[in-house]
Design a binder for this molecule. Structure first.
Ligand SMILES: *[C@@H]1O[C@H](CO)[C@@H](O)[C@H](O)[C@H]1NC(C)=O
Ligand SMILES: *[C@@H]1O[C@H](CO)[C@@H](O)[C@H](O)[C@H]1NC(C)=O
Length: 327
């Protein structure tokens, strides 16, 4: 009514150039989140979008070994050292302490010194600190993963972040293999065969986890996790023997080139409704960094299974038939 009843055109003067003037803030003003994924119009100069992250002070975002990347399966190199992981306390139902809305992601904080990862071609034991998510929008055909495989971007990606146990976090951030991140691509189960057979194992866990998101709608809010839920519960029966490996960086500023990356080939299956609760509650969208140049890096892959794996071949041939009959 201010404009319609008075028929006054917009009555504000457009913003003027700063021309070298400084804007200062009182000590009580919280520091701004200096970087973002999408352009927040009007907040220009305060927020750096991904193509400007390299300009942030102390940033390595302009480096040669950045993440994420597109994994071209035609150029990956088989590597026999990429054996099975040992996951310690991934099955512990009290390992997830709290969930935080950081303003950039939803992060699940783990109890200190409880969860570990080793093996999997890693040269050290890593202490798992947290896991978090990357997503797109609420729409059903949304994409939001950071890594892409043969240019395919997935709806979401989960990153389980671990630090070398023998280093402090500060030291780890300055060491090429100081951190190990396990990346799980997430998609909706579209193959109608065996829906119940394959995905029922983790459906309840995702329902429980996403239930907490409505309690952390505000940036920097945190909620304690009281339900019994483990990382294994969320991952379900996804194949953890088959993965890609390369050296890269954190995918958020300061983009430290300190990460041994593992991207698992099989995706975790999650209901679309539950995936939509991430952008819906957090209030921000498209929280993923675009793929970075691979440059001279090699991307390794676990060797293709030489035998039929654990169990006779007929099981693999017969199961889809059984499911087709019963699903
Ligand atoms: C703005 O701040 C910088 C650094 O503190 C200072 O060198 C410069 O003189 C200031 N400019 C003005 C116009 O006050
Ligand atoms: C296997 O991968 C490791 C890094 O994980 C690398 O150092 C080694 O050179 C690779 N071996 C081959 C044969 O490519």
């Amino acid at each position: 009514r201010f404009s319609t009843d008075n028929s006054i055109a917009p009555n504000y003067r457009p913003i003027q150039p700063l021309n070298g003037r400084n804007i200062t803030a009182s000590p009580a003003t919280p520091p701004p989140h200096l970087w973002c994924y999408e352009d927040h119009s009007g907040m220009y100069q305060l927020y750096y979008t991904p193509s400007h992250w390299f300009e942030l002070s102390g940033s390595q975002c302009g480096g040669e070994s950045q993440s994420p990347i597109d994994i071209s399966t035609y150029t990956v190199v088989e590597n026999g050292t990429l054996n099975s992981f040992t996951f310690t306390n991934f099955d512990n139902k009290h390992a997830i302490k709290s969930i935080i809305n950081t303003g950039h992601t939803v992060q699940c904080v783990l109890e200190e010194g409880l969860v570990e990862a080793s093996g999997g071609g890693l040269s050290h034991v890593y202490s798992t600190l947290q896991f978090h998510f990357h997503w797109g929008t609420e729409s059903a055909d949304s994409v939001g993963s950071e890594h892409t495989v043969d240019q395919k971007q997935y709806p979401m990606e989960m990153h389980i972040v671990s630090k070398r146990k023998d280093l402090t976090l500060d030291e780890a951030l300055k060491t090429p293999d100081g951190l190990a991140v396990l990346g799980f691509l997430i998609e909706v189960k579209t193959d109608i065969h065996c829906k119940t057979f394959n995905s029922a194992s983790n459906a309840e866990a995702w329902k429980t986890l996403t239930h907490y998101l409505s309690d952390i709608r505000n940036v920097e809010s945190e909620v304690e996790v009281t339900d019994e839920i483990s990382i294994d519960d969320l991952l379900g029966n996804v194949n953890r023997e088959s993965y890609f490996r390369y050296s890269g960086s954190l995918t958020t500023p300061s983009c430290n080139e300190a990460v041994v990356w593992t991207v698992f080939k099989e995706s975790v299956k999650v209901d679309q409704d539950l995936m939509a609760t991430f952008p819906k509650n957090a209030g921000y969208h498209n929280v993923f960094r675009p793929a970075q140049a691979v440059n001279s890096r090699k991307i390794f892959t676990t060797a293709a299974a030489t035998g039929p794996g654990p169990g006779p071949v007929w099981v693999y041939l017969l199961l889809p038939c059984l499911c087709a009959l019963f699903c």
